[in-house]
Design a protein around this ligand. Structure first.
Ligand code: NAD
Length: 458
């Protein structure tokens, strides 16, 4: 992978700032043109992006289309359809005592934004925030993950050819390049990745009082009770878990259920894995690979934490780990301490609903929680008694594609949100504009000294 030279980084950011100051990025026509060009790029070069994603993560073409390229195209279509409305100032009312006056909220671009992306959906998570930054009228620099080098190289090669390089830049590299970027002043930093680096980003941003969005991870729980159809539940959990070989920020991390539920769910999950990936998933091109040797070693270390109902096999030469369901896992096991971020699904027995909710609330707030129950009272208890970035009933991960739902974490799973209009607002300042005619009237007199008794009574 090519790395941007460290010496060039201050100049790149200065160039973007100059373009922003010149007003290059403000016109709606410019924003539209960039979004349309990005759309064309994704459609025209879809094969190249698919090949890069296959190289980096063994991602299948269909999954690349569904979760990366197609996702971005849908996000672009939505932004293009709504951009004019989002940009329009919004009239709001003022208190009677302030009349005559009018008030508006005027969205304005923040300036120069920095987007730092991770490796797991290396195309989608690099460009999706950029869509918001452009829609809101910002200049933007994006730093793709060095752990998905083919995708990073392709973004660095194609984006400057297609989008306006005066205001949109790509910097490639790893820690030194990101550190150099973070030394610069930005008007917003949008980081997706882990909490350790999230803290580094927040500290660097504090130096310049730069607002940050941190899209982090966590252990997203699944709760299943005995009121749902088990086979369909298992199929949906397996789909959300083993997509991208479990390397999805909103993947189900572990499953909670009573002994009786887990006794049925375990075999149903095994059936679901066979249905989705066949029995010989080592040769199954629909199933991905682990991104690095270090991640592979970490994941293999978890395999001894329970009894493998299915999977448990691995092949270091291909960084392949079979979709694995672990039963009889203790709550203190290492697999239950950190986000798994791989194709291993522990089943954790709970005494009852109270026990399940307590287990989740005692831990850090996750990015998502998934509940499979047809009992409304049970669903309401999860809604009111637990906190997570998102809560979904009956299906994992799908909340991500609902444009009108804000996507983001809470607590350890992050701060801020994006997607749809929320992306536009994340990269905008909502400026309060009040306008009052200069007519002689009582209010202007009553709020000014001298404060006589008569005025106070008015
Ligand atoms: P990663 O290692 O690719 O890191 C992300 C970015 O941080 C990269 O661009 C990298 O260059 C940069 N970086 C790494 N170390 C740095 C340092 N010391 N200083 C400055 N920058 C540095 O990706 P990752 O963190 O392994 O990604 C996986 C994590 O991301 C998981 O926890 C996952 O849950 C989370 N995630 C969250 C979302 C979300 O939308 N909330 C999406 C995907 C992944």
């Amino acid at each position: 992978m090519r790395h941007t030279s460290l010496e060039r980084i201050p100049g790149i950011v200065a160039g973007l700032r100059h373009s922003f100051a010149q007003g290059v990025t403000r016109p709606e026509s410019w924003r539209r043109a960039q979004l349309e060009r990005m759309r064309t790029l994704l459609l025209d070069r879809g094969d190249d992006f698919e090949a890069a994603l296959a190289h980096d993560l063994g991602k299948s073409g269909a999954e690349a289309q569904l979760t990366e390229i197609g996702f971005l195209v849908a996000e672009l279509d939505y932004a293009l359809a709504h951009l004019s409305g989002w940009m329009r100032p919004r009239r709001v009312s003022v208190p009677l005592a302030v009349l005559p006056a009018s008030a508006r909220i005027v969205p304005e671009p923040l300036g120069v934004a920095l987007v730092i992306a991770p490796w797991n959906y290396p195309l989608m998570l690099a460009l999706s925030p950029v869509i918001g930054a452009i829609a809101a009228g910002n200049a933007v620099v994006v730093k793709p993950s060095e752990l998905a080098p083919a995708t990073a190289d392709l973004i660095a090669k194609l984006v400057p050819d297609v989008l306006d390089r005066r205001a949109i830049a790509v910097v490639t590299g790893g820690v030194p390049e990101t550190t150099a970027l973070l030394a610069e002043r930005f008007d917003h930093i949008f980081y997706t990745g882990n909490g350790r680096v999230g803290r580094i980003v927040a500290r660097a941003a504090a130096e310049h009082l730069t607002p940050v969005t941190l899209e982090l991870g966590g252990k997203s729980p699944v709760y299943v009770d005995d009121t749902v159809p088990i086979a369909e539940t298992a199929r949906r959990i397996a789909w959300g878990k083993f997509m991208n070989a479990g390397q999805t920020c909103v993947a189900p991390d572990y499953v909670l259920g009573s002994r009786a539920v887990l006794r049925k769910l375990g075999p149903a999950l095994v059936d679901a894995i066979h249905e989705l990936y066949g029995t010989a998933s080592a040769g199954n091109s629909d199933y991905g690979r682990i991104v690095t040797d270090a991640q592979f070693e970490r994941l293999v270390g978890y395999l001894g934490d329970g009894e493998a109902l299915s999977g448990g096999e691995y092949d270091a030469s291909q960084r392949w780990i079979a979709p694995t369901v672990l039963q009889d896992v203790s709550r203190d096991a290492s697999v239950m301490q950190e986000e798994i971020f791989g194709p291993i699904l522990p089943l954790i027995e709970v005494a009852d609903l109270d026990d399940a909710i307590a287990l989740v609330t005692e831990r850090e707030k996750p990015l998502a929680a998934y509940v499979f129950s047809s009992a409304r009272a049970v669903r309401m208890r999860w809604e009111t008694e637990t906190s997570s970035g998102a809560l979904a009933f009956g299906v994992p991960a799908l909340h991500l594609v609902a444009h009108e739902l804000p996507f983001g974490g809470v607590g350890e799973s992050g701060m801020g949100a994006y997607h749809g209009e929320r992306s536009f607002l994340t990269f905008s300042h909502e400026k309060a504009v009040l306008s009052k005619p200069l007519l002689p009237e009582t209010l202007a007199v009553t709020i000014m000294p001298p404060f006589t008794k008569n005025k106070a009574d008015l």
